[in-house]
Design a protein around this ligand. Structure first.
Ligand code: GTR
Length: 360
């Protein structure tokens, strides 16, 4: 059943190089570069390159979660392509159980608002460190390119056709937060994840696709231009998302988002984005009532991307031959998926399952 549904979507081939050569473990990295290149050119814009060392300063620290953790405010400073630098804050919660002798997992959590809800004490109790980064501290979620990090990537507010959009700036900032986390000897570098919800789920996927130091990548309800297949998607489509949020993407995205037909003729689909995480660990989650994101297209995208893991000799997406429903969770492979009843939200239920996966 699932293969039939996938065939109907008529997706561009994943496991063929641009010149038609079949993809194997040997040329996987070259294929991964091709996937990222088309996503950079047409969708998100060029992923910023580091122009120098990321530095940081702990500006305050204190006990939190009933004394079971330390919470600190850290300023991250990143050299910019115009020779200047840009500084933004993150809030880091480190459980007391995480030590140099017993390093523990950590998340870079890209959030909607400074200290947006997350079950902080529960994460502490699960020995998980969280570095929370607020998107608006990095770049405003608006169509302006003159302020904050965006100012360093535009000229007088104008962007070149493939200059990064805001998703790319937030994703790059997440990668700079990772520089900081990896400097902490209480963080287990084999278990560092990036996580975000909705527009920030798209961002987490793009960060994880580009920065291979992220061992685990989590997309919560990311939908259109995130974890959902674009071809025949229900709910939001490229024209709808680009009318409201053109600045999330590069200017070239306009070429493939005028009509639904344009987007269905694009030389890529979102399984390219998921596959760019292979052979690392990927977790996609949906909410049943979130038809705008389209749970079915998110699930099918995991199934479509799975062959990238298999070509690398590891298990991809292990799932039954049916669509997901209720509280289904399929987490036996390197690509995991769950759905839950309810609406578009990054809930406690989701967090707990992400914790299990990264701790596993
Ligand atoms: C919606 C947008 C979605 C999703 C969501 C969010 O309005 O259409 O693609 O990103 O916002 O970020 O909450």
């Amino acid at each position: 059943m699932i293969q039939k549904l996938l065939d109907e979507r008529k997706l561009p081939a994943l496991m063929k190089m641009n010149d038609g050569t079949p993809v194997t473990k040997e040329n996987w990295e070259a294929r991964r570069r091709e996937l990222i290149d088309v996503l950079e050119t047409m969708e998100y814009g060029r992923f910023p390159k580091k122009c120098g060392e990321t530095t940081w300063k702990v500006v305050s620290a204190g006990e939190s979660s009933a004394g079971k953790a330390t919470k600190s405010r850290v300023e991250i400073t990143v050299p910019m392509p115009d020779g200047e630098s840009f500084t933004f804050p993150v809030t880091v919660s480190i459980p007391n159980t995480a030590t140099a002798d017993a390093p523990k997992p950590a998340f870079v959590y890209i959030s909607f608002a400074f200290l947006w809800y997350y079950p902080e004490e529960e994460l502490v109790d699960n020995d998980v460190t969280v570095a929370e980064m607020w998107m608006n501290d990095v770049a405003w979620d608006t169509d302006e390119h003159l302020e904050k990090m965006a100012a360093h990537f535009s000229k007088d507010g104008q962007r070149a056709p493939d200059t990064t959009g805001k998703i790319g700036l937030w994703a790059f900032a997440a990668s700079c937060v990772l520089d900081y986390l990896l400097s902490l000897d209480c963080v287990d570098r084999n278990r560092v994840g990036v996580i975000g919800h909705s527009r920030l789920g798209k961002t987490a996927l793009w960060a994880g696709a580009n920065d291979e130091r992220f061992t685990h990548v989590f997309s919560n309800d990311s939908g259109c231009s995130g974890a959902a297949i674009t071809r025949q998607k229900v709910g939001e489509d490229f024209p709808a998302i680009c009318r409201r949020f053109p600045y999330w993407f590069c200017e070239n995205m306009k070429e493939i988002s005028g009509t639904v037909e344009d987007s269905e003729n694009a030389p890529f689909d979102q399984h390219y984005l998921l596959a760019a995480v292979a052979p690392r660990k990927l977790y996609v989650a949906s909410a049943e009532k979130d038809q705008w994101a389209d749970p079915v297209s998110e699930y099918l995208c995991c199934a479509a991307a799975s062959e990238a893991w298999e070509a690398n000799g590891v298990t991809g997406f292990v799932h039954p031959d049916r669509l997901p429903e209720g509280w289904d969770r399929f987490a036996d492979g390197n690509v995991a998926y769950h759905i839950r009843p309810g609406t578009h939200y990054l809930s406690r239920h989701d967090w707990v399952r992400y914790c299990d996966f990264i701790s596993g």
